[in-house]
Design a protein around this ligand. Structure first.
Ligand code: UDP
Ligand code: MG
Length: 311
């Protein structure tokens, strides 16, 4: 069996070699036919030079380098397109995904499972982030039609047909967590202890995570649009009842003129709701716009894939 390991790298000069060595030590002895696909996602440090050096010394190493930073999703896509293995592992460069776990994944994989998913514990995470994540997954699983698991990231082993299914999805806006669920196939989960980064720094700020969360909701269904219909109807019903009450009041006790606070409250609340839903609609239109452009997901500047292999 041929195994490919896909590693998206953005400014990982400190750790790429560490990861490479540890893959050689842990995985290579068990997997004779190994391919390592590194995707340099527009690093501004010497990651590309490091990759070139690795590739020069070891022909199992293949790399693709982007012309700028296109994001991890694009990097993973490029890696999956490049990988030729019967099984493909996706893992981070920072050694937060222990290479040794690949052996356990392979054992499960040999039973014919299409997705072997590593699930990390949340030990050592900031408390606020843990709480928010938990809440997020609870909410998400209610809203989204595909299952999303807490702690189940991109670290996983996919079969060839699972990779092909992922590659068959042409969307520009890629939310991998959802795509992995969407393609289906049997998932087996392997738990592992959370590990701290081996070096460098995470590029995920809280704001970016929140935006990522919103992406998740938006890219998998149109329920926010549906929700706006229901909330709109509720508001209409409430205002109708209020109107009836006002009329009854006026009939019973005469016209009641003062009502400044009520007016301001109604105007601000309603315009708030309208702005939010305008935003929701706008977000979907923006997505349609991006998809309609049919731009490539990334631009490659160099690779060592040989003529005709770059995408
Ligand atoms: N990464 C990438 N492009 C980006 C950001 C990150 O390819 O724009 C890679 C990064 O090099 C690493 C993986 O994605 O291999 C996960 O990134 P990071 O460790 O920053 O995220 P975290 O582990 O905090 O979720
Ligand atoms: Mg990391």
């Amino acid at each position: 069996m041929r195994l490919s390991v896909v590693v998206p790298c953005h400014n990982e000069e400190d750790v790429v070699t560490l990861l490479y060595r540890s893959l050689l030590v842990e995985v290579a002895p068990v997997v004779p036919d190994l391919e390592l696909v590194f995707v340099d996602d527009g690093s501004t440090d010497s990651t590309l030079e490091v990759l070139k050096k690795l590739a020069a010394d070891d022909d199992r190493v293949r790399y693709v380098s982007f012309s700028r930073n296109f994001g991890k999703e694009a990097a993973m896509l490029a890696g999956l397109r490049t990988a030729t293995g019967d099984g493909v592992v996706i893992m981070d460069a920072d050694l937060q995904h222990p290479p040794r776990l690949i052996l356990a994944m392979l054992e499960v994989f040999e039973d014919g499972v299409d997705q072997v998913v590593a699930r990390r514990t949340r030990a050592g995470d900031p408390v606020l982030r843990t709480v928010l994540s938990k809440l997020y997954y609870r909410l998400m699983n209610r809203m989204v039609d595909v299952p999303l698991g807490d702690g189940q990231g991109d670290f996983r082993l996919l079969s060839r047909r699972a990779v092909d299914a992922l590659l068959a999805m042409p969307e520009a806006n890629r939310f991998s967590k959802g795509l992995f669920g969407w393609i289906g196939y049997e998932h087996v989960i392997i738990d592992y202890e959370n590990v701290a980064r081996a070096g460098g720094a995470s590029t995920w700020s809280m704001g970016r995570l929140l935006n990522y969360g919103l992406d998740g909701v938006m890219s998998f269904n149109s329920k926010p649009l549906r929700a706006s219909i229901w909330i709109g109807l509720l508001v209409v019903l409430a205002s109708f009842l209020y109107l009836l009450w006002l009329i009854a009041n006026a009939l019973a006790f005469g016209i009641d003129v003062p009502g400044y606070i009520t007016t301001v409250a109604v105007v601000t609340t309603l315009s708030g709701i309208q702005l939010v839903f305008l935003g929701v609609i706008g977000e979907y239109i923006g997505r349609i716009y991006m998809e309609a452009k049919r731009r490539p997901h990334y631009v490659v500047s160099t690779d060592n894939l040989g003529p005709g292999r770059g995408t």
